[in-house]
Design a protein around this ligand. Sequence first.
Ligand SMILES: *[C@@H]1O[C@H](CO)[C@@H](O)[C@H](O)[C@H]1NC(C)=O
Ligand SMILES: *[C@@H]1O[C@H](CO)[C@@H](O)[C@H](O)[C@H]1NC(C)=O
Ligand SMILES: *[C@@H]1O[C@H](CO)[C@@H](O)[C@H](O)[C@H]1NC(C)=O
Ligand SMILES: [Zn+2]
Length: 547
Amino acid sequence: MFDTKPLLGEEAPSVYNTTHRRKTVYAVLKAVAVAILVVSALVYSGSSSHKPAPNKKNIIFMVTDGMGPASLSLARSFKQFRDDLPINDILALDRHLIGSSRTRSSSSLVTDSAAGATAFSCGLKSYNGAIGVDPSKNPCGTILEALKLQGYLTGLVVTTRITDATPAAFSSHVDYRFQEDLIAEQQLGEYPLGRMVDLIIGGGRCHFLPASVDGGCRADSRNLIKEYTENDIWSYVGNRQQFDELDGGKNVTLPLLGLLATSDIPYDIDRNPKQYPSLAEQVKVALTALSKATEDSDKGFFLLIEGSRIDHAGHHNDPSAQVREVLAYDEAYKEVLKFIEDSDVETVAVSTSDHETGGLVTSRQVSPSYPDYIWYPEVLLNCSHSGEFLTSKIVSFTRSNSDAKVVEDFITKEIFQNDMGIQDATAQEVKDVKENLSTPGQLLYVLNNMISLRSQTGWTTHGHSAVDVNIYGAVSNFGSIKTQLYQSAENVGLLGNHENIEIGKFMESVAGVDLSKITELLKDTKHHPSSVDEINANSFDQYHQTQ
Ligand SMILES: *[C@@H]1O[C@H](CO)[C@@H](O)[C@H](O)[C@H]1NC(C)=O
Ligand SMILES: *[C@@H]1O[C@H](CO)[C@@H](O)[C@H](O)[C@H]1NC(C)=O
Ligand SMILES: *[C@@H]1O[C@H](CO)[C@@H](O)[C@H](O)[C@H]1NC(C)=O
Ligand SMILES: [Zn+2]
């Protein structure tokens, strides 16, 4: 940086020269010292080791959709059996259990995911089907919006459609969860608050594309992906290869729209890793990108993470798929723990469920005589695909093969023996499959029931239940949130048994925001269905029963 040669090369020093030279040396040394100070100050402020602003926080909210306490017993025992682990080997989540949550909505003792998520996002009870609106259908300010308006960055990471109930209730306001076209528009910023979301990674391209485009299902002709990415308003990734170019989150341009599937990302048990990332990989990208982008800010980020399809496995009464979904979520939770440990920004993660699904129990009476006290995880281990996957496999096989003998062979050898690990299928079971080939929804139940019976896993419903669900929490070991987290409800903590809205209130309190102020800004939001036809076409039963 400084060429010192002329100095060293000077000759015949006079007194004057010596003094001059000394002065010059001092001047140069001073300049070097100042330069070092300036450079080191620059490096320091740009490095992750600098002290973050005193009130800087990251808030991570994690939802296990449809996961009740029995799902954990099932997954834990399954993992111990599979990996030959001792009985004290527990899940990462297990170490952070702090309370439980009561889940009823304003319209029913049994909630759906829309009302469940609105309880978290707005901190209020609403009716089944409500997305970010109160019982009178007025849009309510969400924790994500409040934090974004304070200067936080925000993200949504899910394994279902990004327009589905849980992510929607944080980032949009509509009367009914089936208004997914409108939800997509709002998530991109088309409502009074403008764009509130900085990062989206999940499935659900369908409601961003017109029906005329492959994989699209919008009722209008808009191509939102084209509209928003053409002008570089959002950066976009739509497949595994593009996801990998995000380089674990180090190569992300925000806002990022990551839509990795037309609808749901496949169940973890069926997932081809060459085609789809795991939830843990999605989470890692989000945490890296959001923490990097807030590095020089005095505000952190808010991230919603959902293990969305635990719920679907519950609806399907599919224990083989469910244990893998829970374990995939536990891996994602470990990513969050690692982040909290390494981050010098105070970070809190709260993980809970909106409700239980399936009425799952880890035992089942399978004969008239008094039952044995046992269930068999090995049956779930031997089954290598979900009922959903196998149903499509059977349906597409029978489309091109109508010969009865060929179909029966395929069902017993390929499906039962090979894919499900069932060697003792009965003639009645083969008959049940053959008789339900034209009704995939029923066929799915036949297959999953074969696994549930043999493993002695019990289910009481294909819908949701009202059983209390667990609350887990992890927090930096510095700062003040850690004290608050382990307090009871009266002190806006999460210890003990809570109404689900108290979890929303906890986040509101930690963030130091007032959601009612956001509610005022939302008055002009378009949130009604566009026509009565739309309501009729999506009758309550239809949307309620499928999620
Ligand atoms: C970063 O992303 C760009 C596209 O946005 C891509 O061209 C480039 O290859 C990526 N870099 C890495 C290291 O993956
Ligand atoms: C699981 O598969 C193994 C290997 O094929 C077999 O020995 C075992 O009997 C199966 N277990 C059950 C419960 O079907
Ligand atoms: C399969 O089909 C038969 C005949 O249509 C029906 O009686 C049965 O209930 C179906 N199985 C299931 C699980 O719904
Ligand atoms: Zn559900």
